[in-house]
Write a protein that binds this ligand. Structure first.
Ligand code: IDP
Length: 144
């Protein structure tokens, strides 16, 4: 079953370089609805928990340092086929391999500092959303 939701973070390099507006514009233009969003900063323990699947990888320490070095913007997005379509929109992990026009191709600086996160499955989208947002911070449905 697909939930039509995905979770994203604009990572510290993208926030520091002033790319929040440009990236959100691309997200909206691609048809995603922002149903939760905030600027926050991950703690070391928080980043280690969020990326625990990578704890044995050689870049884990570097990844945790990077993800805690400054603020991030986290959001939950809604769209049909959200997880898959968002992964296409952000592009390959390594910006050098990302397709033209993708967010990482446009705004990422390296495979480590790659501007944006997108969940890789519906299950992880739900886990990652719950890690960052309480139910009261999520606004789904029509308000107008
Ligand atoms: P994804 O973010 O495209 O799903 P993952 O393989 O899940 O890619 O890796 C999570 C994050 O870890 C990446 O977005 C990137 O910030 C970092 N990362 C992945 N591979 C490397 C690497 O080889 N060196 C440094 N950082 C890496």
């Amino acid at each position: 079953m697909t939930t039509n939701r995905t979770f994203t973070m604009l990572k510290p390099d993208a926030v520091d370089k002033g790319y929040i507006g440009a990236i959100l514009e691309k997200i909206n233009a691609a048809g995603f609805k922002i149903i939760a969003m905030k600027m926050t900063r991950l703690t070391k323990a928080g980043a280690e928990e969020f990326y625990k699947i990578h704890k044995d990888r050689p870049f884990f320490g570097e990844l945790v340092d990077y993800m805690t070095c400054g603020p991030i913007v986290s959001a939950i997005l809604e769209k049909e086929n959200a997880v898959e379509d968002f992964r296409v929109l952000i592009g390959a992990t390594n910006p050098a391999e990302a397709a033209e026009g993708t967010i990482r191709k446009l705004y990422a600086e390296s495979i480590g500092n790659n501007a944006i996160h997108g969940s890789d499955s519906d299950e992880n989208a739900a886990i990652e959303s719950a890690f960052h947002f309480s139910g009261r911070e999520v606004f789904s449905g029509n308000f107008f």
